[in-house]
Design a protein around this ligand. Structure first.
Ligand SMILES: Cc1cc2nc3c(=O)[nH]c(=O)nc-3n(C[C@H](O)[C@H](O)[C@H](O)COP(=O)(O)OP(=O)(O)OC[C@H]3O[C@@H](n4cnc5c(N)ncnc54)[C@H](O)[C@@H]3O)c2cc1C
Length: 334
């Protein structure tokens, strides 16, 4: 049996046995270790690590490999930012039903799904689900509700021209129609501890932040939470009423809205959302930073915060909203 050794910053190495039938990410989970990941399909780059020794299949590129799609060919040694004991939540596939669908902005749909009577699926605030579609790749969406009752979920879906789920499937759904989902997935959730929290959301990257804030603000009053939310235009900040309620209720919550492509005066900052964080913080060495949105935002934020503001890489948590693409074909019956 081959082994994998994980080298972690400031910690003793972790060693576990590899299951040759599984990807390195799944082998680690089987051995009880959760490694940074997100889409699980090789799209989002969240699980890319440095391969220090050993051979991977497919072979490492520039000394790096994606854990969610790679297997090991013999013993391997990897450099990873963090490894945490695996979460105990069990993933389930559920036939949910559409409860309500409304547009929060011209291109953002808020989708409420209910699970069948008696079915509960616990999840951690910030995690995501996959919508399973006949004849097409699953689509990933973060839960935007706090996981209070575990019998329903809310999603915030960006509706892009030509998109399969957003533009073709969603508008055809009526209340009561079935929507098959698999959940929970992902390692994007709030870590405990006193460290001040900075959240950076781009567009519908607000969804998991809403879940986390609704879950944590009332419980974690000794900790500061700052949400930076960026969009191109003002209507892209589609849940400002909710944000205002948090501002009024919680003194330890701060909000900074950032518009990249809007010259009117909405009381928001101008520019790129992660750059607003750089302007406000000379260093981030003792913060936890949570970033969600387009892959370009996640990689720019990771690079800038770790290289220019001393954020330890293990304290950067992200879900990169990688797009599946419009090439998939859905049968007309779906
Ligand atoms: C872990 C994770 C969590 C996610 N959570 C969310 C979420 O909460 N809300 C959300 O809206 N998206 C989220 N996404 C992104 C979403 O899964 C993809 O954008 C997905 O492809 C959308 O499916 P679709 O069928 O609507 O569009 P597709 O048919 O897959 O896409 C068609 C085309 O539309 C464009 N497009 C579609 N969606 C987007 C987008 N969000 N941004 C930019 N261009 C886009 C692309 O050009 C794409 O080629 C998440 C992705 C991941 C990996």
């Amino acid at each position: 049996m081959s082994t994998c050794t994980l080298e972690l910053p400031g910690r003793a190495p972790i060693r576990f046995e590899l299951d040759p039938a599984l990807t390195v990410l799944d082998s680690a989970a089987k051995a009880g270790w959760e490694l940074p990941h997100s889409c699980r399909r090789g799209n989002c780059e969240s699980c890319r690590v440095q391969v220090l020794d050993g051979e991977m299949s497919p072979p490492a590129q520039n000394g790096t490999a994606l854990l969610c799609t790679s297997r090991a060919r013999g013993d391997i040694r990897l450099a990873v930012d963090r490894a945490e004991p695996v979460s105990t939540t069990t993933r389930k596939t559920v036939q949910a039903r559409l409860y309500r669908l409304r547009m929060a902005a011209p291109d953002v749909a808020v989708v409420d799904l209910r699970f069948p009577a008696g079915v509960k699926v616990p999840f951690k605030a910030g995690q995501y689900l996959q919508v399973l579609l006949d004849g097409a790749e699953p689509r990933s969406f973060s839960m935007s509700n706090a996981p209070k009752s575990s019998d329903s979920v809310q999603l915030q879906v960006r509706v892009m021209p030509g998109s399969l789920f957003g533009e073709r499937v969603l508008p055809s759904l009526k209340p009561g129609d079935p929507v098959t989902v698999e959940l929970p997935l992902g390692d994007f959730y709030l870590r405990e501890g006193p460290a001040p929290v900075i959240m950076v959301a781009g567009g519908t990257g607000f969804a998991p932040m809403q879940s986390i804030l609704e879950d944590a603000l009332a419980r974690q009053k000794d900790r500061s939470f700052t949400l930076y939310w960026g969009a191109r235009k003002a209507d892209g900040l589609y849940a400002l009423e909710q944000v205002k309620k948090w501002q009024q209720k919680f003194a330890h919550f701060r909000f900074v809205g950032v518009l990249s492509d809007d010259d009117s005066d909405h009381g928001m900052r101008r520019g790129l959302v992660h750059e607003a964080v750089l302007v406000d913080h000379a260093e981030l060495a003792h913060h936890q930073v949570y970033v969600c949105g387009a892959p370009v935002l996640v990689s720019a934020a990771r690079q800038a915060f770790t290289a220019q503001r001393d954020l330890p890489p293990g304290q950067f948590y992200a879900d990169s909203f990688a797009t599946v693409g419009s090439g998939s074909v859905l049968p007309s019956s779906a």
